[in-house]
Design a protein around this ligand. Structure first.
Ligand SMILES: [Ca+2]
Length: 358
């Protein structure tokens, strides 16, 4: 199955899931009826091979102080909240168009729009397209959250627990979330970036659907950038396994973890690679025949190298290396806004080690 097949499949799933009507112009969908039609023809018609959807668009979008070049990106909004976004590229004459099937879209100028989210929580795609001989699009999935009151310990029966009333060190990262994204069986495969799906970030606590998750755009982009860099370094990886993404305060408490664990704010992920073989265990990334902390160092040294580049500064955060976990060695990454290092650190890295919250 090509990536394009998967992409189309996800779009179909999104439509079937009642997420809204996705504009399908230029995309030929093969239904079972048309397959039969083709089979009935005497001379087989060679179908043009579907090209994998590009992971990066030929432009970027700027929103919420972030910049995403990825063909699928995400933004979190409260019902009725406004968002301003801008299309940027190296060509000042580039022409863009935007389509949103829900919410209120207003064009501000040639490359800037504002969009007001619907009042109903859910997932609403906004498609930004750069015109030209090679049109290029970014689907911005707007995840409109379900409002959450701090006094509620559950939403629709899904246990949340209680957030600490005061943010740690007055850092706004630790403010009580105003809302959470509803995750259903139908929408759990919604792509948030090219390599990460909504369902991957859900808390590991025992509970049925609907589930609720706190997500952060900066973390999603950071994970996608790290994965891209891992692939550039020669590792063929479709996604990171997220051993721990969001943790509800209730679940975090049951783990006897620290009160201010960043996982509760959706800004942290514990990741490993399970690509080959797919055995629910970390891969032998450095190919030395053993699976140990050195394999976690393969990931953390890529992150440490990225940390030293100007482009990666908006993604500053924690980097923790763990020798053993349920699925083998793993790496903690977060977007707390300042550097924090602990545990097994990357090779050739003489960075500071600080006491940190995990
Ligand atoms: Ca190894």
């Amino acid at each position: 199955m090509t990536r394009r097949h998967i992409h189309i499949g996800l779009m179909v799933a999104a439509i079937l899931g009642g997420l809204g009507v996705w504009r399908m112009s230029g995309v030929q969908l093969t239904t079972s009826a048309s397959v039969e039609d083709q089979t009935a023809q005497a001379a087989p018609v060679a179908a043009a091979p579907l090209q994998p959807a590009p992971l990066r668009a030929r432009f970027s979008i700027r929103y919420k102080g972030l910049e995403s070049p990825f063909s699928v990106s995400s933004v979190l909004l409260m019902p009725g909240e406004g968002l301003t976004f801008e299309a940027v590229s190296d060509s000042p004459s580039a022409v863009y168009s935007v389509e949103a099937v829900s919410g209120l879209l207003t064009q501000q100028d040639a490359s800037q729009w504002s969009w007001t989210a619907p009042l109903q929580s859910g997932i609403y795609p906004v498609q930004i397209t750069r015109a030209g001989a090679l049109p290029s699009s970014i689907t911005l999935n707007a995840l409109v959250k379900m409002p959450h009151r701090p006094s509620q310990s559950a939403i629709n029966g899904y246990p949340i627990g209680y957030y600490p009333k005061r943010p740690y060190r007055n850092n706004p990262v630790y403010l009580i979330p105003e809302g959470l994204v509803e995750v259903t069986e139908a929408n759990q495969d919604t792509p948030l970036t090219p390599h990460f799906r909504l369902g991957q970030f859900v808390c590991k606590q025992e509970a049925g659907f609907p589930k609720y998750v706190v997500l952060n755009e900066r973390l999603l982009l950071k994970l996608e950038l790290i994965l891209e860099e891992m692939n550039r370094a020669g590792h063929r990886i479709d996604t990171f396994q997220i051993m721990s993404g969001y943790r509800t305060p209730a679940y975090n408490k049951s783990l006897k973890n620290v009160q201010y664990s960043l996982h509760q704010w959706g800004v942290a992920a514990d990741i490993y690679v399970d690509q080959s073989p797919r055995d629910e265990f970390m891969d032998d990334l450095n190919k030395d025949g053993r699976i140990d902390y050195r394999d976690a160092q393969v990931i953390s040294s890529v992150i440490a190298r990225m940390d030293q580049t100007a482009d990666f500064q908006p993604y500053k955060g924690g980097l923790g290396g763990y020798k053993t976990g349920k699925f083998g060695p793993f790496v903690h990454v977060d977007v707390r806004g300042w550097d924090a290092r602990w545990g097994v650190q990357p090779k050739l890295q003489s960075g500071v080690t600080t006491v940190a919250l995990r």
